[in-house]
Design a binder for this molecule. Sequence first.
Ligand code: UDP
Ligand code: MG
Length: 153
Amino acid sequence: MSATERTYIMIKPDGVQRNLVGKIIARFEERGYKLIALKFVQPTKEHLEKHYADLSSKPFFPGLIKYMVSGPVVAMVWQGIDAVKTGRAMLGTTNPLQSPIGSIRGDYAISVGRNICHGSDSVESAEKEIALWFPEGVIQWTSVLESWIIENN
Ligand code: UDP
Ligand code: MG
């Protein structure tokens, strides 16, 4: 397991509007993941269509793009052991009603089309999404806490 695995996490427009930015960031910090990129951005329709290109044939695609372009989002990259899979578990399931209590969607959302946050679903898509949202690159830095979070690091 790699301590340098990275995932792309995004707080969607409803998460921003509902003032959940701090709480969501805190969950990743407290779990032990390292923030290596962050920006507050109003994405364009074209950019979101690229981000969700795999879903372009789905019936919910137009509604998804309309939702996602409706306001600014917080784009982030978090790094640490099993970042992709654990990030997804922290988010919960796509439909918040099926999402466990304790997950972000399970605690803060009740509608699939207003589910607060995005997380990469594989290491491969994480790398693609990081390149799309952070063409300028990420910031590698040394955390003094690292040896208290990751053994033998
Ligand atoms: N979505 C939707 N209706 C659906 C399925 C998905 O509105 O029936 C939206 C929802 O916001 C979801 C996003 O499309 O988060 C992307 O779908 P995906 O299947 O990739 O779910 P995720 O990876 O976000 O859990
Ligand atoms: Mg997805």
